[in-house]
Ligand binder design. Structure first.
Ligand SMILES: *Cc1c(COP(=O)(O)O)cnc(C)c1O
Length: 461
């Protein structure tokens, strides 16, 4: 299995290379050169099998020679088990009505779907770094859930120092405490005076600075890391296998950075029987506008009750655009340069039609989010968190034919106020979450400044 960069596809990389460096120095994202194909007979044989078996089958196809199959199987077993994920099915499917399921992706340590990729990523890093006798510095930006999931994944890794930037005052109290209450010498939380996009811009600028990058041996676990996408493909395959891989399935995905829904698209490129992929956005609807008009136009980030999707730049979208532009790196680079310079870029009507055949999209405002939580609760007794509600709303709006699986990306107890507003009661708080609420917080506030942030990182590794 070989990888290349979306901005220079003469590059040739292994899985291990993409894992450790996260992002190409040309500003592009790593992407497999070819899509491995799922074997129908194998999928059939997995019907009664555990998540870990299916994940091993999917993920090994992306590792190539980098990690021997036995070692990988071992790492995957250590990741997807009931000590780490508090549900025997790992990613259980809950049937809501005849043709509608919720896939719960909140049974990991931080109760949001990012655990599914990051718990694996932390272990893969440790394995590879150990083998090489190296250490890395991980710097990441988070609008809420990525940070805590990354910290949980790395806190025990002795070859990793991790710095997580969050926009000060713009994450929920629970989300903040899940990050800041971790007291480990290799973990540093930074509360930046700015938005999530400011945090992400600083992280990107650090990667663009080759000297700094080499000095600290910089690495990323943001959703641009290919291994995260790769790990996420596994739950789409698992859902399809468990519901019957011969029946086409649509997925509705609450979307921010386009990582999760892109993983579904990868599964489709691998031959998974997928009908529609539905993108749910909140009022930060840049993706929905793109799929309506073919123009991607940045506007200001609005704070919503689904903060993990309060994003105006969907980093992973570049991977899809690369495919849409027929792997033409100069066309892609021009689009990305337009977007970064003018805050807008657009594709031809012909390309828009192709994109619309791959994805449908719908936006969901605050009132609709609350209404969806209330409706689903009234009809089925099931409590959605606000992000998951955005996905369910998108599924109900776009009405794909046949069976639909909507992704529940966070536990409702992470957003108790929104849930209370919608249904008049608080969701039960799982023990894992209750435990962080009273602990001391460890966090450094920094101004929105690249050099100050770089110096902080340098002086703490
Ligand atoms: C990160 C996150 C999202 C958005 O996922 P992307 O992969 O960035 O599109 C949605 N919901 C929750 C709860 C999240 O944590």
């Amino acid at each position: 299995m070989q990888y290349t960069s979306t901005r220079d596809n003469t590059l040739d990389l292994t899985f291990e290379d993409t894992l450790l460096s996260g992002m190409a120095s040309d500003g592009g994202l790593y992407i497999p050169k070819e899509w491995p194909q799922l074997q129908a007979a194998r999928l059939e044989s997995f019907k009664e099998k555990h998540y870990a078996n299916i994940a091993a089958y999917v993920i090994k196809q992306f590792c190539g020679e980098s990690i021997p199959e036995e070692d990988l199987a071992h790492i995957i077993k250590e990741t997807y088990n009931s000590h780490i994920f508090e549900h025997p099915d790992i990613a259980p499917l809950v049937q809501i009505d005849d043709e509608f399921w919720i896939m719960e992706l909140f049974h990991g340590p931080t109760l949001a779907f990012k655990d599914y990729a990051l718990q694996l990523l932390g272990r893969l890093f440790d394995y590879v770094l150990n083998k090489r006798g190296e250490k890395v510095t991980i710097v990441g930006a988070t609008s809420g859930d990525t940070g805590s999931a990354a910290i949980e994944a790395c806190r025990h890794c002795k070859n990793i120092n991790i710095f997580i930037l969050h926009p000060r005052g713009r994450t929920s109290e629970v989300q903040r405490k899940q990050m800041t209450t971790v007291n480990a010498p290799n973990v540093k939380n930074i509360a930046l005076e700015g938005t999530f996009d400011d945090c992400q811009a600083i992280v990107k600028a650090m990667f663009a600075d080759e000297k700094f990058r080499n000095d600290v041996n910089l690495s990323a676990v943001n959703s641009i890391n290919w291994a995260r996408i790769c790990a996420q493909i596994a739950y789409y395959v698992t859902a399809s296998v468990h519901l019957g891989p011969e029946t086409p399935l649509s997925f509705s995905v609450p979307t921010g950075n386009f990582g999760n829904v892109f993983a579904a698209h990868c599964a489709r490129n691998m031959g998974l029987n997928i009908n529609q992929l539905v993108i749910g956005t909140n009022r930060n609807d840049i993706l929905t506008r793109f799929f309506e008009t073919g123009e991607m136009k940045k506007s200001v980030v609005t704070q919503t009750i689904s903060p993990s999707m309060d994003i105006q730049i969907s980093s992973n979208f570049e991977r899809y655009l690369y495919e849409l532009m027929d792997k033409n790196t100069s066309d892609l680079s021009r689009l990305m340069a337009d977007f970064s310079k003018n805050g807008r870029m657009s594709v031809s009507d012909e390309k828009l039609k192709i994109a619309q055949s791959h994805f449908t999209a719908a936006r969901c405002d605050e009132a609709q989010t609350l209404q969806t939580i209330a409706d689903v609760y009234k009809n089925s007794g099931y409590i959605l968190d606000p992000h998951s509600a955005v996905g369910v709303h998108a599924a109900k709006t776009t009405k794909p034919d046949g069976r639909v699986v909507s992704l529940a990306c966070a536990h409702p107890a992470k957003f108790p106020d929104a849930v209370h507003k919608a249904i008049g009661k608080f969701p039960d708080m799982p023990e894992r979450l209750a435990a962080v609420m009273d602990k001391t917080e460890f966090v450094t506030p920094l101004s929105n400044d690249l050099n100050i942030t770089k110096n902080f990182v340098k002086s703490h590794i």
